[in-house]
Every structure is written in C-alpha cells, then in structure tokens.
Design a protein around this ligand. Sequence first.
Ligand code: SAM
Length: 294
Amino acid sequence: MTGPAPSLGNPKNTIEILQKYRFVFQKKFGQNFLIDEHVLEKIIRAAQIGPDDFVVEIGPGIGTMTQYLAYQARGVAAVEIDRALIPILEDTLAEYDNVTIINEDVLKVDLTKLAQEMNGGKPVKIVANLPYYITTPIIMGLFERHVPVESITVMVQKEVAERMQAGPGSKDYGALSLAVQYYAEPYIVANVPPNCFMPRPGVGSAVIRLGTHREPPVKVKDEELMFGIIRASFNQRRKTLQNSVSHAPGLGISKETTAAVLEEMGLPVAVRGEAMSLAQFAQFADLVKDQIRT
Ligand code: SAM
C-alpha cells in the first residue's frame, strides 16, 4: 500500500475539488467523473491490482480512481488530455509518490515505450473510466500495436460492452466482437447507472474486463486479410458474405473464389457474416489466401 487511503469517490469531496479549482466540464473530452465508492471498489477488484503491478490509467480526471490504483499498485502512469486537470491531479495525488501524470492525448502516446521504460517491458494493466467518444480506437490501438498488456478493465458504454462480448447470431455481434475476442477474453463485470457519474451521461455504462490471450484462440495465416474480410462482411449486415466480400474495394476477392471457399467449408453460399464464428472467419481467410496464391 502506498500513500493514504483514497479520499475522493464520493459526491461531497468531488464537488469540493471542482469548486476549489472552478473546474468547467468539457463535453468534447467525454468528462463524466465517477462519484460512487462501490463502483470504484468493484473496478479495482475486477482489475486484480497487486503490489507488483504497473497500471496505466487513461483519463484520470480529478484523480479519483488514480488514488485507488496508487494505493494498491506498485506504480501508475495516468494519461490526461485536459490541461486544466493537471494542477488538480498534482493536488489530489500529492501524497502518492508512485504516480506519474502525463498531459497527452492517449492516442498519441507510445504505450509500448512507456511499458518498456516504466515496467521493464513487462505487461501492464490498463484501468480506466474511458472517454466514450474514443473507446474503440483506444482498445483497438492497444491490441493492434501489440502493447504489452495483461488485462484491460474499463468503464464503457453499456451497448459497447455488450458488442464486445456478443457471439454469432446475436444482434450485437459484429466486427468489434470478433476483434476483441481474437485478442482477449471479455467479461462484463457490472452495469453502472448514470447516477454514479458527475455529470450524468445520457447512456448506461458497464465495466468490462478483457483478459488478453497469450496466444490467439485461432491460428490464421494473414491477420490483416481476416480483419479486412470481417470488416467487409459487417459493413452491410444484411448482405450475404459472398456479396459483401466480393464488392469490398481493396480486398480483390472474386465472387467465384468466395463461392468455392464456402463450398469447401461446407457452408451455404448465402451465409451471412453474422452467422460465422471467429474460427470460421479464420478458416475462410486461410482458404481465400490459398486460392489467391494458386
Ligand atoms: N477517471 C475519471 C473518473 O473516473 O472520474 C475521469 C473519467 S472521464 C469519463 C474521461 C477522462 O478522459 C476525462 O478526464 C477526459 O478529460 C479524459 N480524456 C478524454 N480524451 C482523452 C484523450 N484523448 N487522452 C487522454 N485523456 C482523455
């Protein structure tokens, strides 16, 4: 344990800080601060933070969750875009000597380098109440750039959490589900109502934990090709896989190739992407690659 027990996380103390600094919420930065201690404790428990862990927090706000993280972890790097929050963070985190505040846009930070410098290249844990306007680029950026990450425990919009966890046949199933599940095992920890935030968001929220796979659950020869096929097949959900894929610019896969591969897989030619599992997309991509080569 480092520093004092957290003091923020309840409406009274949060309001006191906001007033002390005359802080003005910036809608464009997706600022909805957590004011519920139970939810904060739940996030910390789900993230399984121990004294050896190094945590990267995205968007610390006034430092509410950062206090909880700093109290449990070996070290925390907190990346905050809003310059107006930096003096506040320096105040609320003054008694924790294991926190580094970085005033940057997280999408522009080289998190692999950060993990290298601050955790000797070992996997870090990501914990955040994410700004909802950039949830997908943040999460996909971590995966696609192969940042060494052990787990990602984040607050996101409820619908987005459901999409990440959905399987074939569900209305929420799509390119995001497949991408997330290729890299990680998603688990929805809790639903969180708007009254746990200040100001209240217009949507429901959920905490989701993504435990990253050591090895992807399916083997595929060409990841980029598979994700190109996946994106094309969900671009127009109601179209058959054959139509979406053969009309996708840039993929260069003909209708005949698609038909031949589907036949080889024993799938109907009118199958839609929404009915296909990750393993089937991987097999489809591998067979397409073989066909293109021959
Ligand atoms: N963690 C705090 C809490 O739970 O009370 C604040 C969460 S609030 C939903 C999102 C935070 O992310 C805000 O502090 C916002 O300024 C910050 N933010 C928004 N866009 C960002 C970006 N591109 N890079 C880093 N931080 C960002």
